[in-house]
Ligand binder design. Structure first.
Ligand code: PGA
Length: 250
């Protein structure tokens, strides 16, 4: 991704039924205003709503993505799984990979690497999540963990063009805690350095995620290393999400 867009990504997690769809009509209306052109708003609802979201947001500035995918690109005997090809076929353009809630239930860097590879093959844009747990942070292992997640997750991946990074410290997700500004900046700078060294690329796009809300967004927005936000619970409430969007557009 080479332009200077900023990103606001809604991760609905395992929330939302078909009747919640109408709530995003107000967000569509706002997204059409000219000053929002430089900000990409991406909704990542559960798989069950992907196609309905696509139909509703098609021809609007909003974009749609999935929250995960199987590592097999097409079809296979994997009960309950959804492949990148299937995600693409219902109109989604993005996919979140490596979220800590999936790492926690056994997703490894190796599987994440396979998922990224398959998703990119299907021309999906990947939102690649990295971040340390509280235990790792307390043991001062943050650098090692981030390096391992990036190096192993992106093994044999040649180009960053369709990858957006999301730094999500696990101890900040759903806890109401955000890192101290200096710590956050330092970690973002480290991540940027790791990626630039590995890919000899220009500046990668790095988002922040973890307890972003309409109160802390103003402060977080001042951190120039952050190119946008991955937002969980505050994105599930349309009033709160609109408030965040408005405060992010300067
Ligand atoms: P949160 O979740 O905003 O509810 O902390 C963020 C995420 O899990 O991506």
């Amino acid at each position: 991704m080479t332009n200077n867009n900023n990103y606001i990504i809604a991760n609905w997690k395992m929330y939302g039924c078909i009747n919640h769809l109408k709530s995003i009509k107000r967000v569509i209306k706002i997204s059409k205003k000219t000053n929002f052109r430089k900000t990409k708003i991406i909704y990542c609802p559960p798989f069950t709503l992907l196609n309905s979201f696509h139909k509703l947001t098609n021809k609007t500035p909003l974009n749609v993505g999935a929250q995960n995918c199987h590592h097999n690109e097409f079809f296979g005997s994997y009960t309950g799984s959804i492949s990148p090809h299937m995600i693409k076929s219902v109109g989604a353009k993005y996919v979140i990979i490596g979220h800590s809630e999936n790492r926690k239930v056994g997703e490894t860097n190796l599987t994440i690497n396979k998922k990224i590879y398959s998703a990119l093959n299907q021309k999906l844009k990947v939102i690649f999540c990295v971040g340390e747990t509280l235990n790792e942070k307390n043991k001062k292992k943050t650098n090692i963990v981030l390096k391992k997640q990036i190096n192993e997750g992106l093994k044999n991946i040649k180009k960053l063009d369709n990858i957006i990074f999301a730094y999500e410290p696990v101890w900040c997700i759903g806890t109401g805690i955000v890192p101290k500004t200096n710590d956050l900046r330092n970690n973002l700078i480290k991540i940027k350095k790791l990626i630039k060294n590995k890919f000899r690329s220009k500046d990668p796009i790095i988002l922040y995620g973890g307890s972003v809300n309409s109160k802390n967004i103003v402060k977080l927005n001042k951190i120039t290393e952050i190119r946008g936000f991955l937002i969980g619970s505050a994105s599930q409430n349309t009033n709160k999400f609109i408030d965040i969007i408005k405060k992010s557009i300067i």
